[in-house]
Write a protein that binds this ligand. Structure first.
Ligand SMILES: [Zn+2]
Length: 205
């Protein structure tokens, strides 16, 4: 796990234009940060000069294919770098979707599974609500994938650098998503959401 962190962190930093010490890695399913979440890994922001912690459930990651594990670790490393720049009030779709956008870019993972999950169930008209990301939510996988898909269509339209710019603006001030999209892309929120919902309704080829 530590070796994966060391290999992936420079790639994440290159895309985010961030830097700093790596997180400490804790493999303990009973750690309060991860117990009961149903997640394979969780990032805990550093406080007061302490390093961020990447907490993993050893049994959840043990049988994971290497490619999926790389996506998981890259996703958490995005959280490590961006949590300090993200307001606590930011909706989960912003941070979770953007983390997967960067994770798939860093790892070169095939997005087919993400598209399939994003297109499962009814197509939404608004980004997934925070409750959809909670452990008890039956739509959790779809919520992550739909949040990723929203950032994916933004990045397809404007490029990764512009997607990063939009993220930094709206993560710091979650109410500024609409104005950030307009300032960076020259598009209204409705146009972005319309492209997104069309992508979710499209039949995969
Ligand atoms: Zn996450």
């Amino acid at each position: 796990m530590q070796a994966r962190v060391s290999a992936l962190l420079p790639e994440v930093d290159a895309r985010l234009r961030t830097g700093g010490p790596p997180p400490s890695v804790v493999a303990n399913a009973d750690d309060p940060a991860i117990a009961g979440t149903g997640l394979a890994a969780v990032t805990v922001a550093g406080t007061g000069g302490s390093r961020a912690r990447l907490v993993v459930d050893p049994s959840a990651v043990a049988g994971m294919p290497a490619a999926a594990l790389d996506v998981l670790v890259a996703h958490e490393l995005v959280h490590v770098r961006l949590q300090p720049l993200t307001a606590p009030s930011a909706p989960l779709w912003m941070a979770e979707g953007f983390a997967d956008l960067v994770a798939l870019d860093v790892t070169g993972a095939d997005p087919a599974g993400f598209w399939a999950a994003a297109r499962s169930g009814a197509a939404p008209s608004e980004p997934p609500a925070d409750a959809a990301f909670h452990a008890a939510s039956p739509a959790r996988d779809a919520a992550y994938a739909q949040a990723w898909a929203l950032w994916r269509v933004l990045a397809d339209d404007a490029g990764m650098a512009a997607a990063r710019e939009i993220y930094l603006r709206c993560a710091a001030d979650p109410g500024a998503f609409d104005s950030a999209v307009t300032a960076v892309l020259g598009l209204g929120r409705d146009a972005v959401l319309s492209t997104w919902t069309s992508a979710l309704e499209a039949t995969p080829r």
